[in-house]
Structures are given as structure tokens and as C-alpha cells.
Design a protein around this ligand. Structure first.
Ligand code: UDX
Length: 427
């Protein structure tokens, strides 16, 4: 099929690369000239395993093209995917990019198409968007919503082997066409109206952080009662009604989706006079988890981190990405810096991103170099390379062997045997 993807961000590029690889003809449109130029030379603007390879492969075989010009990419399209950002603006969902892109689409339509909203948008917005687009075109079009559930660092895999494909559309012919397009993708199919599809996305993206905040709250109790939260959550997750995923206690959730979507759904609920108390508590628990962790670090440093060398391992909001949006590391670093700690920070890929947002710290790519004469190792992001560190070597390097494990990944007994003072979260 002839497809056009609007927005060369994370969702747009993954969608484009995967559909092009399924032998569709795909145009990607973005207003950012620089980005389009780079993409046309095979460079992607962020780190995502496997994406660059897939883009280059399909770009070379002419199935994937990039442009800033809507008039080049819209007229022949059969299906247009809107994948632009919907950032939070003072807690409200900013629809500026959605409005601007759908207007440009409408102005360039030459034949009937399906316009699919992939961006996370307020449930029920398709009717408003349809009206908006009709102001700018006489050509007929259908609207649909196919929300995106991919997670950073595993985006290609998530797209190809997804849990489910949710198709929200009002017309049977639209559903059939979208089912056909998604045929090579595995996972269950759920057909519903577009409003329901949009609500599924918000419900999923707020339920997962609810699980995380719940696990973090239980972890605090585990610290007090002497239980091990890892085992507790293992036991809890063995119940199929609950499931084992997203029960990992730690330094809280970050990223470009969970914090934004939790805040947005609280606001959306307010608009219809519903006080979404559960989500407010989820948000608050997540914020407080950072403070709880920082206090733990300070306590382990005999009550003060002033002038002590602390090493933060991991800056990205999770492993496998260079993304630091709403990363817990930012808040932990800020708080420890305020208390006078001398911070050395490490990450395998996020250092260039970090340099733009963090100052007053020393940056390292080699954790061993960073740990020389350090007093505390603080694990914030559980990158594989940080899970497999040589602690015998580290013991000799550090001035004081204290490990604070913000992701509960280290073997406590082994570390204690080597002479480390170890604390995780809720262990
Ligand atoms: C998330 C959703 O998983 C995805 O379906 C949606 O489309 C976008 O938002 P992403 O933000 O890429 O994806 O990251 P994810 O892997 O879900 O992790 C989010 C945050 O939760 C990370 O900071 C991670 O460290 C944290 N987390 C995750 C925990 O603290 N504990 C867990 O058990 C799982």
C-alpha cells in the first residue's frame, strides 16, 4: 500500500520502517529540515536498537522516502498515519502539532484516504479533527485510531511481535483495510470505535505505572518489616490475574509516556468532574520514591554526602535508550548535588543527552574509572554492563565500599561477602 507517516519521531520512524519492510511504499513527512536531511543520509536522531539498519535497508530499496513537503507525500497516499507529538503544556494536552499536521494533510488531499491517529490524544477527538480537516478539503476521508504501545529500546520487536493491535474505526471497510495492513504483525486484534481505542491507550499507559507505584509502596513496607520486595512481587506476580510484569520496585518510572499520560488523564478526568484519586496517588508515590532513595543514600553515608564522591551508574530513564526525559537520574542528581555531593555520572549511551541537561558533575563512560576513590556506587539505570560489573575489582578501587542499588539487580549476599555495604529498595 502507499502509506504516509506524519512525524519523524520515535513512533513515526518505527512505524515507517516496519511498514516499509513489509513492502509497502512509505513516505515520512516532518517539518524539521535538518532531521529529514539526516534521515535521508541514513542517520536517525536517537538511539533505538535495530532501527537505523531497518531504515537504511528500506531507504536503499526505495520503499522509504523522507520529505518536508506535504504536497509530495499526501496525494498518492491510501493511508496516512499521524504520529506527531502531543506534549503536556501546563498539564494540558497540547494539540498544536495534531492540528497543524492534519490541516496540512487536508490541504494536500487529492483522493479519498484513511487518516489514522497514532499519537496519544484525548479520547473522542476524532470527530473534532474530522470537522477541522473538512474546513480545508472537499475530498472525502475516513478517520481511525490505531494506538501505539511500543516501548523504547524494544520498539522493533514490540511492533513486530506486539501483544495486540487495537483498531478503532467506525466503518467496516476501514477496519478491513487496516487489518490487511497489519496482517504481518502478530498479536491479538481488538476492533472498537476510535474513542475506545484512544481510551485503551490511556488506560494501559496509566495502569502500568499504577503497578510500579504499588510495588514501590510495598517496597517501603518491606524495608520496614524486613521482607524482600523482589520475592514478594515474584510471589504476587505468579497469580495470573495479576501477572509478573511492571512490579519492579526501584527509583520510580520515567520516560516520555508514563509521567505525561498519568498527568494528562488526571486533567482529562477533572474536565468531566471526576477526581482520579488513584492516579494522583500513583504520581505522588512516584515523586516521593526519588526522595526516599536519596534519603537512603544519605543515611548510608552516615548522614551527609557533603564533599563525598558518589558515582551514579545510569542516566537514561531505562536501559536500551539514550532518552532522559523525566528520568529519575535527573532528580536524584539534583537532590544529591544540593546536599553537596561530588558526583561522577556514567551511562553507556546517554552522556551526550545528559551534557545538555545536567551540569556540575563529571561525566564518565567507563564505570571503573569513575569508581576510583569513590565512596558510594549508586545504581540508577540497570544497563546490562552495570549488572555484570567486576565487584572484586571495584572493591579495590573504592574508598568506601557502599552500594545503593536503585533497581534491585545485584546479588546482596555476594556483595556482602566481598565486604560491601549493600542496600537495595525493599530488600
Ligand atoms: C511505555 C509503555 O511500556 C509502552 O507500552 C508505551 O507505548 C509507552 O510507554 P517506555 O516509556 O518506553 O514504554 O518504557 P517502559 O519500559 O514501559 O518503562 C517506563 C518506566 O518504568 C522506566 O523508567 C522503567 O525503569 C520503569 N519501570 C518499568 C519500573 O520502575 N519498574 C518496572 O517494573 C517496569
Amino acid at each position: 500500500m502507499n502509506l504516509t507517516i506524519i512525524g519523524a519521531g520515535f513512533v513515526g520512524l518505527v512505524t515507517a520502517a516496519v511498514f516499509a519492510d513489509f513492502k509497502n511504499q512509505v513516505w515520512v513527512v516532518d517539518n524539521d529540515k535538518d532531521k529529514i536531511k539526516k534521515l535521508s543520509s541514513g542517520k536517525i536522531p536517537f538511539y533505538e536498537p535495530g532501527l537505523e539498519k531497518l531504515i537504511v535497508k528500506n531507504f536503499k530499496s526505495d520503499r522509504l522516502k523522507f520529505t518536508t513537503d506535504y504536497s509530495q507525500a499526501i496525494p498518492n497516499a491510501e493511508i496516512i498515519f499521524i504520529c506527531v507529538g502531543t506534549p503536556n503544556k501546563d498539564g494540558e494536552i497540547d494539540l498544536g502539532y495534531i492540528k497543524a499536521s492534519t490541516k496540512s494533510v487536508a490541504q494536500n488531499l487529492k483522493r479519498p484516504v484513511i487518516v489514522v491517529i497514532k499519537s496519544t490524544v484525548p479520547p473522542g477527538i476524532n470527530k473534532e479533527l474530522e470537522k477541522w480537516m473538512k474546513k480545508y478539503t472537499q475530498v472525502s476521508f475516513d478517520m481511525a485510531s490505531v494506538p501505539e504501545f511500543l516501548s523504547e529500546g524494544r520498539a522493533i520487536e514490540n511492533t513486530l511481535r506486539s501483544y495486540r493491535v487495537v483498531i478503532g474505526a467506525e466503518k467496516k471497510s476501514v477496519v478491513e483495510k487496516l487489518l490487511k495492513l497489519h496482517h504481518p504483525i502478530s498479536g491479538e486484534r481488538l476492533i472498537c470505535n476510535s474513542t475506545t481505542a484512544q481510551m485503551i491507550k490511556y488506560a494501559a499507559n496509566t495502569f502500568l505505572p499504577t503497578k510500579i507505584s504499588f510495588a514501590n509502596a510495598i517496597a517501603i513496607l518491606c524495608d520496614q518489616f524486613g521482607a524482600d520486595v523482589k520475592k514478594v512481587m515474584l510471589g504476587v506476580g505468579m497469580d495470573k490475574r495479576i501477572g509478573p510484569d511492571f512490579l519492579g520496585a526501584g527509583v520510580g518510572y520515567g520516560g516520555s509516556c508514563f509521567p505525561k499520560d498519568v498527568a494528562a488523564l488526571i486533567k482529562l478526568a477533572q474536565k468531566v468532574n471526576y477526581n482520579f484519586k488513584i492516579l494522583k496517588a500513583v504520581e505522588q508515590t512516584n515523586q516521593e520514591q526519588i526522595n526516599y532513595f536519596v534519603q537512603k543514600v544519605i543515611r548510608l553515608c552516615d548522614g551527609s554526602v557533603k564533599d563525598k564522591i558518589l558515582v551514579i551508574l545510569g542516566l537514561a530513564f531505562k536501559p536500551g535508550t539514550s532518552d532522559m526525559r523525566e528520568a529519575s537520574s535527573i532528580y536524584i542528581i539534583k537532590a544529591l548535588k544540593k546536599k553537596g555531593a561530588k558526583l561522577r555520572v556514567c551511562d553507556p549511551v546517554a552522556i551526550p543527552t545528559a551534557k545538555k541537561i545536567i551540569s556540575g558533575v563529571k561525566f564518565f563512560t567507563n564505570p571503573y574509572k569513575a569508581l576510583k576513590r569513590a565512596e558510594v556506587l549508586v545504581l540508577v539505570t540497570e544497563w546490562k554492563e552495570y549488572q555484570k560489573l567486576n565487584f572484586k575489582k571495584i572493591k579495590k578501587l573504592m574508598k568506601r565500599p557502599i552500594v545503593v542499588d536503585g533497581r534491585n539487580v545485584y546479588n546482596q549476599k555476594q556483595l556482602e561477602k566481598l565486604g560491601f555495604i549493600y542496600e537495595g529498595i525493599g530488600r
